[in-house]
Design a binder for this molecule. Sequence first.
Ligand code: ATP
Ligand code: MG
Ligand code: MG
Ligand code: MG
Length: 466
Amino acid sequence: MPSLNEIRSAFLGYFEKNDHLIIPSAPLVPQNDPTLLFVNAGMVPFKNYFTGAETPPAPRAASSQKSVRAGGKHNDLDNVGYTARHHTFFEMLGNFSFGDYFKEGAIAYAWTLLTQEFGIPAEKLLVTVYHTDTEAADLWKKIAGLPDDKIIRISTSDNFWSMGDTGPCGPCSEIFYDHGAHIPGGPPGSPDEDGDRFVEIWNLVFMQFEQFADGSRQPLPKPQIDTGMGLERIAAVLQGVHDNYDIDLFRTLIAASKSLVAGGSNGPSHRVIADHLRSTSFLIADGVSPSNEGRGYVLRRIMRRAMRHAHLLGAQEPLMHRLAPVLIAEMGGAYPELRRAEPVIVETLRQEEERFRRTLGRGMALLDEATAKMSEGGVLSGETAFKLYDTYGFPVDLTQDAVRGKGMTVDMEGFDAAMNQQRAQAREAWTGSGQASAAGEWFAIRERLGSTVFLGYDTVEAIAEL
Ligand code: ATP
Ligand code: MG
Ligand code: MG
Ligand code: MG
C-alpha cells in the first residue's frame, strides 16, 4: 500500500515524465497578495502567470502546494472532525498548463494517472462538467469511455471558476470517487450530495475566457489549465480507506494523541487535534505567530480549538507541543522547513497552551453552567459568548464549536453587539485619557482591516502589537 509520501512522489514523477516542471510549494503566507489570508490552492502562486503579468518558467508545471482553508472565502474549520474529507491544512497536488495543452490534455493526463498509474477501477469514478460545456462531456466519453450517467452536468457556480470579478475564468470538471453504497450520501448535484459516499478528488479548471469589468467575456487567445487534487483524499482511495483520517499519516498522529490522553475515541476530538496540529505547525514554520489580529489570530483560533479538545479529553497538561515531533518525523522529509522550525513550533505551542490553560478551565465551567439550563436547539446568549471571549480568551468560533456538540448555537448578533459596545466604550475611554489621535488612528486601521476577516482583539494587547 503506498504511503502518503510515496503518493506525492508518484504524482510529481508522473507529470515530470510528461514534461512538466516541478515547482516546490510556495509558503502559506501569500507573497504579493495582501488580500488573501493564506494560500488555499495550488494555482495561487501562479496567478501572475495566468493573468499574463509574468512569464512562467515553463509552459507546463506541477506542484504539491501547502494549502490552508481556515478563514476568508474558503473556510473548512467547521468541517474538520465532522466530514471524512476536510482538513484545515492539506496538500493540493496540481498540474498546470500556461497556454500549452488544454481540455483534452488535462482530461487525458488525469484519467491515465488515476486508472493506469494508480490502478483505480474506472467503474468507481464519475465526473461533473459545467452544463454548457459539451466539449468536456464529449472528451470524457472519448478518452475515458464514461457512459452518460457518469458525466453529470452541473449548472451552479461549483462548476464555473473565476479568479475574481475580472480576469481568467472558465468551466471546471470534477472527478469523484464512489466509496460505496454502505456510506450515506448522493452523487454530485443530488439533494444529498453533502454526504461522504461520493468524494471529490480532483478538480480540473479550464481557463477559457477573460472576464471584463463591464460584465462582458471574451475567449482567451491561449486557454490554460489549472488542476487541484487533495493528496489526503487520493491517499484514502489508494490505501483502501474511506476516511482521510484513516490514512497512514493520520493514524500515526491520532495514535500519538491517544497515547497522551485517553478517551474520546469515537468523537471528533482526536481528529481535530491531529488536523490542527498540522495546520498550526506549518503556519508557524512559515513565520506566522499567534496574536490577536490578522493571520496570527487565525492561527491562535486554530490552536485554541485544538487545545479545548485536548482539555475535553481530560488532558492535565499541555500536549500539542509533545505531538509536534511526531508530525515533523512524518512530514519533515518533504517539508524541511518543519525541521528547521522545530524548536519554534514546539515552544510556540507550549507557551500558547500554557497561557490558554490558565483561563480555559474556568471558561468551560462558565459555559457548562450557562448551557446546563438549556436544551437541544438552544441559543447561547451573545453576552456569555462575549464574556468567554473577553475574559477567558475563547475565540467566538471556539465557543460555537463547543456548543455544537450539544446541538446548540451562539447568538452572533448579540455577540457582535456586545463587541461593538465594548469597542465604543474603549474609544470613549481613550478619548477621555487625552490620547484621542492615537486611538482614532487605531480604530480606523482596525475597521479597515476588519472588513476582510474577523480579527478580534483584546484592546490593550492589540494596540501594543500595532
Ligand atoms: P469540497 O467540495 O469537497 O469541499 P472543493 O470543491 O471546495 O472540495 P476545490 O476548491 O475544488 O475543493 O479544491 C481542489 C481539491 O482540493 C478538491 O478536489 C479536494 O481534493 C481538495 N480539497 C479541497 N478542500 C479540501 C480540504 N479542506 N481538505 C482536504 N482536501 C481538500
Ligand atoms: Mg470546499
Ligand atoms: Mg466541491
Ligand atoms: Mg472543487
